[in-house]
Design a protein around this ligand. Sequence first.
Ligand SMILES: [Zn+2]
Length: 243
Amino acid sequence: MAVIDTHIHSEGRSVEDLKFMAENGIKKAITCAFYPIRPGFPETLIDLARKLTEFEPKRGKRAGIKIHSAVGIHPRCIPPDWQRVLDFIESYSGYVAIGEIGLEDGTDVEREVLKAQLLLAKRLDIPAIIHTPRKNKVAILEKMLEVLEEMSFPEDLALIDHNSVETVKVILDRGYWAGITVQPGKLSVEEAVKIVEEFGDERLVANSDTGFSESDMLAVKKFYDACENERVVRKNAERFFGI
Ligand SMILES: [Zn+2]
């Protein structure tokens, strides 16, 4: 069974790791923009977008995994003069989504950058992968939903990620898509399976967020083995991202 990991940071993994994922059934993935230190220059994220779109798919191909890219400004990676990054992204192509974007602490600058990126996704008519933080998840999610609603962001283009059992319901109730991240410190396989049982599988997608830190590269495959739900590990991602 071929599955799709909808949120990874492939540049944090070796070709051998990607091969290991492919050999275990993870045949497609979305690699999301994140820079492990706060970038000092907008050019850092411009080149990151190019790297994720032009180079990472090549490494994926060697490993047997089809990698698509999501580009943008993660809330922990806002550089000075950030509008230049968005101008570049708008002039560029080859990516399937804007992401990962979102709020981390919920500051005014973060909100401004999030809003600008959502406007860009809306204008380009492509999906947005929206991160929720580990800390104050519920309160920060409320702030994010305010931003989305203020600008009437299309529900069908918003994937709100890294959900906890508490946040899934409010997201699905409002018509957005919800990502379930199976990773130590986020959700266990058992918790992820419980979410699907409780809330249905219509607008849920699974991912590992594997990348720069310790994580389980095979999380989506293990989740599939536990629940055998093809929609959450593949069909929904194909529909949402058009991949
Ligand atoms: Zn991530």
